[in-house]
Structures are given as C-alpha cells and as structure tokens.
Design a protein around this ligand. Structure first.
Ligand SMILES: Cc1cc2nc3c(=O)[nH]c(=O)nc-3n(C[C@H](O)[C@H](O)[C@H](O)COP(=O)(O)OP(=O)(O)OC[C@H]3O[C@@H](n4cnc5c(N)ncnc54)[C@H](O)[C@@H]3O)c2cc1C
Ligand code: SF4
Length: 595
C-alpha cells in the first residue's frame, strides 16, 4: 500500500516549518525542545496538559484509546467502557494533515481548539493523556508513540474518514498494533444499509427516502407503532417557504476565544498563513459545555421555525433558522442520537412543530447516515469514476487502486476550471458574491446556498465537479471526505450519473428569486433571460438542458423542462446560447484575488 501521505502532502510546505516536532509529554527533552523550537501557540496548553502525562509505571493496566480528531466525545464509545482511572487517551495534532489541503483557517482553529480542550476535559476527569504534535501522519505518530511508551494494543473507533482509515492501515502494515472497534456515534451500520439496498452494483441508484423510512421503522423515532407520526414520513412539501420577515430571526450565542484558543489562533496564523479564509472573529464553541449551549439555543429558538423556512435564503440573515450544528456533529461534540432525542421530545411537548422536527430528524437520521454509507460503498466514488471511465473507453474490469487526487466522476462531462469567483473575485451576481463572501468569512453557509447557488452555478456552467468538491472541502469548516465528496459529486452536481439524486439539482433565476431576497439587490434582472441585463442563471439553465440532452432527456423527472425547451423558437435559443456563453466567458476571465 502506498504511503497515505501521497502526493497531496506538500513536503516542501512541511519542510518550511523545519521543526522536528515530536513534542510533548512526558519527556523532558522533548518538552525543552518544544520551548526552544519555533513551535508557538502551545505554552499555556502544554503547562496545563503536562500533569496528565503518564509516567512509565502508569502505562500498563490502562486501556489506551486513540481519539481521532473528529471523535471528541466521552458520551459514547471506548471512553465510556472503563473508569477514567483505567483509561489512557492518545490525541495527535498532525501537520501533515493540516497541510494536505489549504483548509479554512477557522476549521483548523475549531478542530485544534476543540481537541486541546477535549484533552483537558479528559485529564480533569482522571484519564492519563498523551497529546502529541507531529509533522507526520497519524499512523506514523501512533507507531512512534507505541514504541516509545511501550503501549499495549491501541483501541480506536473505526475512522469515519477514508483518509484516516488508509493512514492507519498503512501503519498497521508497518507494525502498529491497533484494534478497530465499532464507531457508536453513527446511528446505523453497514448491514442496515445493505438490508435496504443490497450489495453495490453498476447502474444502481440509491434513493435516500427508502433508507430513511427503514431507519424510522427500525429506530421507532417519530413512529406510532408501524405508522409514522402525523400520518406521513416526510413533511418536505410543506417546508418550502421563502422568508419575508414574518418573525424576528434569533441571534445565536457567540463564544469569545479563551487563552487556549488564542494560542491555537496564533499557531494557525503562523503555520498556515496561506490557507483559505480568515481566523478573525472566531467565536465558535470549543468546549463540551459551549457545544451543548449552542445546541440548547438551536432547540429553543431556531428549530421551532426551521421547517417552513429551511429552503429560504437571505443576504441579511445568513443563518436564518438553521442549527449550524454540522461542524460540531462532525467532530462528535454533539451526537446525532442525543439531538434526535431532544428534538423528538420537543416535538412531543409541542415546543417544535412536527414538520420542523421531522425535517431536522430526516437530515440526521436520513441524509447524514445515507451519505456516509454511499461514500464507503463506492470507495469515495472511485468505483463510480472508474466505471464511468471504463464505459467511455470500453476497457476491462474496474481498477480500484486509490488515487490521491480523489475520484473524478463527471457524468455530464463537465471539465471547465473552477473560476476565481469561488475564491472571492466579485462577479456582480449578487447571490454568488453574497454566499462566497460568507464562506470566506465563516467557513459555513446553509444547505440551500450550497446546493442552489454555489453548486447550481457550477453545474449549469460545466465547471469540474472534482474542482468544486476540492473547493468545498477546503472552504467549509464541516467538510470531511465522507460527507463533502458525496454531497458535491453526488447530490449537487450529478457527477455520479444519478447514483445519489434522481435528477440534477439545477434551476434558472426563478427559483432563486422566489426563495431569496438576493435578486432585489442585484444588477441583473431575474425576469429576463436574454439581453445584457438579464440574469445569466436562466440562459445557463436552458443551455445546460440543451447541452446535456443526450444524457438527461430520457429522465422521467425532466420531461416538463425538456418539453418547454423543445417549444422554444430557434431565434430565442440562439440568444440564450449567446447570453450563456458570454456569462461563462466573463466568469472564466475574472482574475484571482489575493487571499
Ligand atoms: C454542495 C454541498 C456540500 C455539502 N458539504 C457538506 C459538508 O462538507 N459537511 C456537512 O456536514 N454537510 C455538508 N452538506 C450538507 C448540508 O448542507 C450541511 O450539513 C448543513 O447545511 C449544515 O448546516 P446545519 O448544521 O445548520 O444543518 P441543518 O440544516 O440544521 O441539518 C441538521 C444536520 O443534518 C445533517 N445534514 C443535513 N443535510 C445533510 C447532507 N446532505 N449530508 C450530510 N449531512 C446532512 C448535518 O449534520 C446537519 O448539521 C453539503 C451539502 C451540499 C449541497
Ligand atoms: S438576478 Fe440572477 S444573478 Fe442576480 S441574484 Fe438573482 S439569480 Fe443571482
């Protein structure tokens, strides 16, 4: 197996830091090294975690558990299975991972600050903690630690990220003694997924709704016996209202950085200066208590109104009634099972209307689990791209050897490079400029802006799905391989040819105009489809359908749009093509801004 650092790790970028960083505890030489090295952003944390470091006599007799960066919980899994006095916790900060992509600075701060606070939380409850900072991969670091401290077999919940699974498997080949156990933060198992869909096979499409219904039946969540509460499984059709200031939008709590988080911010600024976005104004939860507080706010103030407005978009209320819990759920600071229980209880007491509760539960019990299984089943969509390639080239059996550039399915042959507008160049398209500015600032935007603004534009124009995926992966603080690749290559761009979505999620200006207030603040006219001041989305929409007729025209769900397209006079089609080509050209010509 290839070293999972592979080509994506910029070794020169790592060398830039020029520090042989095996810091921390308990060795006094390495601690000295830490003080004298260029590594900053550590002093306060180091002093506070140091007492939890084990001495050699404290190593045996404990169960040593590696807690991956995204499994920061002691509410389920191996950390709950023995007393703290019998628990040893291993936590690793890997610069190889930090440098693998130009991750948003706020994501790095969020992840590292949570990891350091989690380490202290474990120390405070009596665990011994080895907190290790390295330039190497997690697997290499674990191997080093196991040899150095003479650790017995290390336990780890099966990693969610494919990247980490490969990393650890490689280290096992090098001698790491590791035991993978079931990751109990998930709500379903591979068997649950297989029971609904059977084994993966070519040409199969996966409909989330089937999986969701089965999970509802199995877990009895929002069920009355075998019948769904309220008479139907989904209230989605009731949840499509624009927001017209019907009620005040609550302002979520902000969490000012403490000393430890300020250290992390300075570390990120020093070591990752050219990464995406900014660490300024960081105010996200970094402790378990803060994560719980943010969630309680969402339950009391946001989710009661979530359902009806879940598809709405506003340039003055960027979050609206979305919980913004994904960054914390994906770190396991918040557990899906707990959130669903709270929402179900709130629905039972009438505090959250059923349509809103069901809408939220569907995202967690349905979409989130479904996406993770799809990623595993398709080996991160590599299986899909290889099969597409073979279909076009007529070659033999799929070669599933992993590729470091990621899977590149492109059922619609979309190959244009992702333009500078995604990096902050102003396009004059108010919807796009608004959402990109939010992402640069916050590393987050809600679902519909991701789907019907950012991805919609890319799909309509034919920008590379792989490049769009890599952009989302870098730009969003909740992005991890299992969730970002499935959402972008699958749901958002139709690059997988319909494996995940029954039709491409695309629209012209009419949808954005109806669901947002963007168009009222835009230089373009959403009601016009041709001419210099017409909204480009509409011309792009019709030419997208025209261009992809060979692949999409037989799609049952696209019969109406194709019927409308086929009725358009030839002269109008000529104008639409000209407007679309001009818009794509303008986007492609924008210079890249200095980040
Ligand atoms: C192009 C695109 C890229 C996306 N990339 C990511 C990503 O990198 N990370 C990520 O967590 N989500 C991603 N999503 C899914 C979804 O947009 C976010 O989970 C959601 O917007 C997060 O905001 P929230 O916590 O307020 O979610 P809510 O709307 O309050 O939903 C509750 C929770 O349900 C889960 N959820 C909802 N939809 C999905 C989904 N489609 N897939 C998986 N989980 C879901 C999330 O954990 C979310 O926190 C993406 C969606 C699209 C269309
Ligand atoms: S008019 Fe078009 S470009 Fe402008 S905000 Fe509306 S949809 Fe976006």
């Amino acid at each position: 197996m290839k070293n999972p650092r592979g080509t994506l790790v910029s070794l020169s970028a790592i060398a830039e830091y020029a520090v042989a960083v095996s810091i921390l505890i308990p060795n006094s030489h390495t601690a000295r090294h830490c003080r004298s090295s260029k590594i900053r952003g550590m002093a306060s944390f180091r002093d506070r975690i140091q007492p939890a470091a084990p001495n050699p006599a404290e190593i045996p007799g404990r169960r040593w558990i590696y807690v991956p960066y995204d499994r920061l919980t002691d509410r389920t899994g191996p950390l709950t299975e023995q007393p703290a006095s019998a628990t040893g916790v291993l936590l690793i900060e890997s610069r190889a991972k930090g440098n693998r992509r130009a991750y948003h600075k706020k994501k790095l701060v969020l992840l590292l600050a949570n990891m350091r606070h989690f380490a202290l939380e474990q120390a405070n409850r009596g665990c011994k903690v080895i907190y290790h900072l390295t330039d190497h991969t997690y697997g290499e670091a674990l191997l080093h630690l196991q040899r150095k401290h003479n650790l017995p077999e290390i336990v780890v919940p099966e990693p969610a990220e494919r990247e980490l699974r490969l990393d650890l498997a490689f280290a096992q080949e090098q001698g790491l003694r590791l035991r993978l156990v079931l990751d109990t933060t998930w709500l379903s198992t591979a068997e649950d997924f297989a029971q609904v869909f059977g084994p993966y096979r070519v040409g199969r499409s996966y409909v989330m709704d089937r999986f969701y219904r089965s999970m509802r039946q199995q877990t009895k969540i929002l069920m009355e016996g075998s019948r769904p509460h309220g008479g139907k499984f989904s209230f989605d059709s009731e949840n499509r209202k624009p927001f017209r200031d019907e009620l005040p939008v609550p302002i979520p709590p902000e969490f000012l950085p403490d000393e430890l988080t300020l250290e992390v911010i300075s570390l990120v600024e020093e070591h990752y200066p050219n990464h995406f976005g900014s660490s300024d104004n960081f105010c996200l939860p970094v402790t378990q208590q803060q994560a719980d507080q943010q969630w309680q706010f969402a339950v009391q103030h946001l989710l009661p109104h979530f359902g009806p407005f879940e598809d709405a978009m506003r340039d003055d209320h960027l979050q609206l009634f979305h919980s913004r819990t994904s960054p914390l759920i994906n770190l396991s600071r918040l557990l899906p099972a707990d959130l669903i229980r709270d929402v179900e209880q709130a629905a039972g007491s009438g505090a959250i209307p059923l349509a809103s509760a069901e809408g939220f539960i569907r995202q967690l019990l349905g979409w989130r689990e479904f996406m993770r299984h799809l990623h595993r089943e398709t080996d991160g969509y590599r299986l899909v791209s290889v099969l597409q390639e073979n279909a076009t080239q007529g070659t033999g059996a799929p070669n599933l050897s992993s590729s470091d550039i990621g899977a590149t399915p492109s059922a619609l042959s979309a190959e244009l490079p992702l333009p500078a507008v995604y990096w902050g160049a102003k396009s004059g398209l108010h919807c796009i400029d608004t959402v990109v500015a939010q992402v640069i600032e916050e590393g987050w935007s809600h679902h519909i802006t991701r789907l019907m603004v950012l991805s919609n534009l890319a799909t309509l124009c034919g920008f590379s799905p792989r490049q769009l995926t890599d952009w989302f992966w870098i730009a969003y603080i909740d992005a991890y391989d299992w969730v970002v690749e499935t959402n972008v290559l699958g749901m958002a761009t139709y690059a997988d040819g319909g494996l995940t979505a029954t039709k491409p999620y695309v629209s012209g200006a009419a949808y954005i105009h109806r669901m947002s207030n963007y168009c009222g603040h835009c230089q373009f006219d959403p009601k016009r489809s041709t001419g210099p001041d017409s909204c480009p989305f509409t011309a792009l929409y019709w030419t997208f359908l025209e261009r992809n007729q060979p692949v999409l025209a037989s799609n049952f769900r696209l019969q109406m749009p194709y019927a409308s397209l086929n009725k358009k006079p030839a002269a109008e089609l000529v104008q639409l093509r000209a407007r679309a080509a001009e818009a794509i050209h303008q986007l492609q010509s924008l210079p890249y801004p200095k980040l």
